[in-house]
Design a protein. Structure first.
Length: 762
């Protein structure tokens, strides 16, 4: 049946044609066909678990892997890790839903990692073995990752059970610098458009097996949109020991950020004023403290033991000014609300792992066995305050503005997420060319919710999820030019506390007037099923010659009991399970190095669809109908095969770097993306956002061996484009916007920006 399915998919037909071309090319390009087992000059080792203390040759990995090192990150002068992924990795997209450079939504193969509560998180992120998905909603805060302190970043795509919960679309593993990998002092600074300034200091050294590394960073900008200033301060440091067969590293991180992301804007308003915002403010203040310890010890030449332990505390305050619902203003005085929330999250975990390098049946074999524990405790408080919008700025926080009383919409809840997992992975090299990988993980997850207000006892509940997820893969390396891989895998994610507290079943239990104001209120916890992703993929990769490397692969992932968010209006909504969603596509990558010119090309095709017929709440959709008989049109019908909103079908990235001389280099980056359906238009009845392409430039010149001058230009041609879209309330209900009627809201891309910088290394 798998053959019949793929035979009818035109993407894979194209893939098979390309495979034929590659095979014929390899045959005729090889002087002697029998010389198929020629080894590459270097072996690239990839992580096989979150601990990243041991790995295997990338040619043995049965799925797509991508990596970037510190030097390559440094060259791009990136703002954050999401920036790096968007620029350098295939199959990765970001959008400007929040419209803050440190708060991007990131998608890998249609699975999301985002700082926004309520989005379905389908990626697992690890920093030196520390899980940095936050416990309340599995969110990922890019402002809390010290980009310049990253030594190596690896993206392992596909449903990979070894990386635990939420690794539906893949896992991101970050290995941080220490004094053994970074033995210098460096100062980097830049300043330019939007009054954006960056300052980074780092230093590392080692002696007699002991090392230290410290990094401090400051980011500040006024933002290119109205009322959109942000700043972030970060410190990261570690001490390490590397003696005989023992390595250990103890780390400390402190990050404080104050971010304003004024989100999407009505499309008609953007045409009049591209810098304009809808309502303001949308402030997030993060305060992170994290401690980590990792170590590994070789008992002998065959057995390696690894340990990781960590503690994270994140305090996050949010203040969001928004237009009021009709029933929020009973006396006609207030036309807005302030949604105010506080999150205090503490998470800690540990992992134990053993890796045995011992031949099996006279064949090379690597066996890994481990245990992982994670617990996250959260306290979430929220309240809603009546307010008024300033007619000029549409902000609820202008000087002299008065605010009204707090409403009864108050939330105070404690949640505890506890997960324990046993995992094992075995890579067996049957021959020097053929490797088999068998892996699996058993996870037991318990989520508990406890109301703290005293009058919402229906919130109290305990939910337990447990599942064993297996995977199987094969890698067949014909020669240095051709490596075939294929895998079948399964991974899962438990519903987050946010999703458990706000689902469609709640609406039926609590009454038709109840709704969940995310992230500002919860309702009783209904049952939601665990999301299970089943993935299979196969592809080709290799090094054609010294000048060219390539990758070509297809993937097919099906989510059973997927959880979607459905809007009941503005920031309110509910979650529900649907039977099935599917993400399938093709990824192609090519790297060409010739003389002083190096070019990277990444293309991806993604078909993300609903595989179920159902009705979904979307009261702002012009085709919404009344299915409840209450004379309110609030639902649209989704049919099997409709595309999932917010995901572009085609993306293309081309990055070329030219070494002008031994002292100067110049690079050009072209990013192109197809349009996407708007969130709220799950039925695909409206038009997509426009397709777009953007050009960026980077240049550097070495004044001396220690001093470099840097220049960066984003959106060279100052193109107006939109990377996200959503259906909202008609904007004419807001003071000053009475002439607007189009309820399409877009996330505008940043206009042209120019920055100059200096890097000094000693």
């Amino acid at each position: 049946m798998g053959f019949l399915f793929w035979r009818n998919v035109y993407v894979c037909n194209a893939f098979f044609r390309l495979v034929q071309v590659f095979l014929v090319g390899v045959f005729y390009a090889s002087p002697v066909w029998s010389e198929m087992a020629v080894e590459l000059e270097g072996i690239e080792v990839m992580s096989t678990s979150p601990l990243s203390t041991s790995g295997i040759d990338v040619n043995q990995v049965p799925n797509r892997v991508q990596a970037i090192n510190a030097a390559e990150i440094e060259e791009g002068n990136y703002t954050n890790i999401a920036d790096v992924l968007q620029s350098q990795f295939g199959g990765v997209t970001t959008n400007a839903a929040q419209n803050n450079p440190l708060q991007a939504d990131l998608q890998v193969r249609g699975f999301t990692a985002s700082p926004l509560l309520g989005l379905p998180i389908g990626l697992a992120i690890y920093q030196d073995g520390m899980r940095i998905n936050e416990p309340l909603g599995e969110t990922v805060h890019w402002d809390l990752v010290p980009t310049d302190a990253v030594e190596r970043m690896e993206l392992i795509s596909g449903a990979n059970p070894i990386f635990g919960l939420n690794a539906l679309g893949g896992a991101l593993v970050l290995k941080m610098k220490d004094g053994f990998s970074f033995e210098q002092e460096q100062l980097a600074m830049s300043y330019g458009s939007f009054d954006r300034s960056k300052l980074s200091l780092q230093a590392g050294a080692n002696s007699n097996g002991l090392a230290y590394y410290i990094h401090a960073n400051r980011f500040k900008e006024d933002g290119w949109r109205d009322l959109s200033d942000s700043d972030a301060h970060s410190f990261y440091g570690n001490i390490a020991v590397n003696k005989d067969n023992f390595y250990a590293k103890r780390s400390l991180q402190k990050t404080v950020s104050d971010l304003i992301g004024n989100s999407i804007t009505p499309v008609e308003l953007l045409k009049q004023d591209y810098d304009a915002i809808f309502t303001a403010p949308d402030i997030t203040e993060n305060n992170l403290t994290a401690l980590g310890l990792e170590s590994d010890y070789w008992l002998n030449d065959e057995l390696q033991l690894s340990f990781n332990g960590y503690f994270r505390q994140l305090k996050a305050d949010a203040f969001n000014g928004d237009m009021a619902d009709d029933d929020d203003d009973e006396n006609g005085i207030y036309d807005a609300v302030n949604n105010i929330s506080q999150r205090d999250q503490q998470s800690y975990g540990l992992s134990l792992q053993s890796t045995l390098f011992k031949d099996l049946a006279a064949c090379q074999n690597q066996f890994t066995f481990g245990f992982g524990f994670f617990q996250g405790d959260s306290r979430f408080k929220a309240k809603v305050q009546q307010a008024s919008l300033d007619p000029k700025t549409r902000s609820t926080m202008t000087a002299g503005a008065t605010t009204g009383p707090y409403t009864d919409e108050r939330t105070d809840i404690k949640t505890t997420n506890q997960s324990m997992g046993l995992f094992a992975s075995d890579t067996w090299s049957l021959t020097p060319q053929v490797s088999l990988t068998l892996a699996g993980r058993y996870d037991r997850t318990q989520i508990q919710l406890r109301d703290q207000t005293g009058d919402q006892s229906e919130l109290d509940g305990k939910h337990v999820f447990y599942l064993f997820n297996p995977s199987f893969g094969v890698s067949y390396r014909l020669n240095s030019k051709l490596n075939f891989y294929g895998s079948i895998s399964q991974s899962a994610r438990a519903p987050s506390a946010i999703e458990l507290a706000c689902s469609e079943e709640v609406l039926e239990m609590a009454g038709e007037d109840e709704e969940c104001r995310l992230p500002n209120a919860f309702l009783a916890d209904p049952p939601l099923d665990e999301v299970v992703a089943r993935n299979f993929e196969f592809g080709l990769r290799g090094q054609w010659n010294e000048m060219m490397k390539y990758h070509l692969g297809v993937f097919h992932s099906t989510n059973k009991d997927d959880i979607i968010f459905q809007s009941t209006g503005r920031s309110t909504g509910l979650f529900k399970n649907i039977d099935k969603t599917r993400r399938m596509g093709l990824e192609a990558g090519l790297k060409i190095a010739s003389g002083r010119l190096e070019t990277n090309i990444n293309y991806s095709y993604l078909k993300a669809t609903f595989e179920d017929d159902f009705f979904v709440l979307s009261p702002n959709h012009p085709a919404a109908v009344d299915i409840n008989g209450d004379a309110s049109a609030g639902s649209i019908r989704v049919k099997r095969g409709d595309r999932i909103p917010g995901l572009p079908e085609h993306t293309l990235k081309v990055h070329s770097k030219l070494l002008l001389s031994d002292k100067a280099s110049f690079s050009v980056e072209w990013q192109a993306s197809a349009g996407q359906y708007l969130r709220g238009d799950e039925s695909n009845q409206l038009s997509k956002t426009p397709s777009y392409n953007v050009f960026n430039l980077n240049a550097d010149y070495a004044i001396s061996e220690q001093i470099q001058i840097l220049a960066k230009v984003e959106n060279v041609f100052d193109k107006k484009y939109y990377s996200f879209g959503l259906l909202g309330e008609e904007p004419d209900e807001v003071v000053g916007l009475e002439h607007l009627s189009d309820n399409r809201f877009y996330g505008p891309g940043s206009p042209r920006g120019v920055w100059l910088g200096l890097r000094a290394t000693f």
